[in-house]
Design a protein. Structure first.
Length: 129
């Protein structure tokens, strides 16, 4: 897996772009980096571009472990956090992320999935109006 995190200064959004297959260990590293940057830039909007994410199997165990990881850091997340996920082209990867979305929303986090980047950005920015 590779990823890139960038700060979209004009929109005050942290964007993470994933490529390949994500493992739970990778998520922990990316979450920590995002939290650090969110504090530095006073960001509460997150865009997660998973368009190029690839999974060929159900990741239920990994999603569950990601949920446990999120539960541990939920108190460190910005209070008004909004997280928009751009779904991948891979059908299996998209299903995995939809499950992840449900799990995080059940934990009280404001996470939504979208088919494209434009819709995700619109949803993130409408909270700022």
């Amino acid at each position: 897996m590779s990823y890139k995190i960038k700060f979209l200064e004009e929109e005050n959004i942290l964007e993470t772009i994933y490529h390949g297959t994500v493992k739970i260990v990778d998520l922990g590293i990316v979450f920590a980096k995002n939290l650090k940057l969110a504090r530095k830039h006073h960001v509460h909007l997150f865009l997660v571009d998973c368009l190029e994410l690839e999974d060929d199997k159900a990741m239920i165990v990994e999603n569950y472990e990601a949920g446990i990881l999120l539960k541990k850091i939920v108190g460190q997340l910005p209070k008004r956090m909004r997280n928009a996920i751009v779904l991948p082209r891979s059908r299996q990867a998209a299903e995995n992320l939809l499950f992840f979305e449900t799990m995080t929303r059940n934990r009280g986090l404001n996470v939504r999935s979208f088919e494209n980047r434009e819709a995700a950005l619109t949803w993130l920015l409408e909270a700022e109006i």
